[in-house]
Design a protein around this ligand. Sequence first.
Ligand SMILES: [Zn+2]
Ligand SMILES: [Zn+2]
Length: 297
Amino acid sequence: MVTEPLLRTVDLLGEQWMLLILQSVFLRVRRYDDIRVRLGISPTALSSRLAEAVRVGVLERVPYQSVNRVRHEYRLTEHGLALWQLLISMWTWERDWAVDRRIMLPDLVHIDCGQSTAAPLGCRDCGQRVWLSAVRAQRREPLLFFPAPAGVFAARTTPGWPPTRCFSSPPPWNCSAIAGPSACWPGLSLARGTFPNSSATSASSRVCFGGRLARLVELGVMRTAAATTRADARAYDLTAKGRAFFPTLAFIADWSRTRYPDTPPALTLTHRGHRFVPALLCHHCHTLLQRSRVHPH
Ligand SMILES: [Zn+2]
Ligand SMILES: [Zn+2]
């Protein structure tokens, strides 16, 4: 049982069926049979995802009267509704970077200005457009296993972590291929480094982490070159495709912080000296987007 909030969130949303089910409910397809038909998902797979979404507290079962019996539909809870920016950031990334996505992604229209917007990342506090380079991150053990912290990162490695979380076969959705199986991806998104390095990690976690890095390179999220420090190591760095995933990471970190407020956040982001609370901007009128003021088109 994963208890770390950030990993819990990645576990929940790094799964393609869960993302598609939540997208359906956001698009007001709320009833079991309607979701099943829309997605072409098996009853077993759908039932287990819905049960998990209810257990985690992002969906709730609400009774309604069918022809001759009471049935249930699924509604987003407050925590579920709060996922809207995170999901939009994922879909934005999909639209821009995933050439083999399975589903058509709706445009997002900002009601206030009437324009279709790309919804770039902004800072809720100062209202500025935000790029990865303007955000500082502090990480807390034992979440982020990254062997070569660089720059502002003071994290230490955690020997033996993750013990079992090696790659499974990648799902077809690019987004979940990155966010899901590589649960340590948040560390990668904010750092560059070499691997293996001199950290005392177990052989199994090295194999696991090495495979994870190789998969990220294969996905075009990271690039690698021979390291200058050690003959047997490789240097890793994010590509533009990898950096573009930063908004999704920021929303994952923010949502997990508010969903699980009793656990200190594993990842604290800072923008211009204040805590960074991510938000979406309209790239036409440059105002922060509100959930009630956008609609898919
Ligand atoms: Zn700011
Ligand atoms: Zn606008």
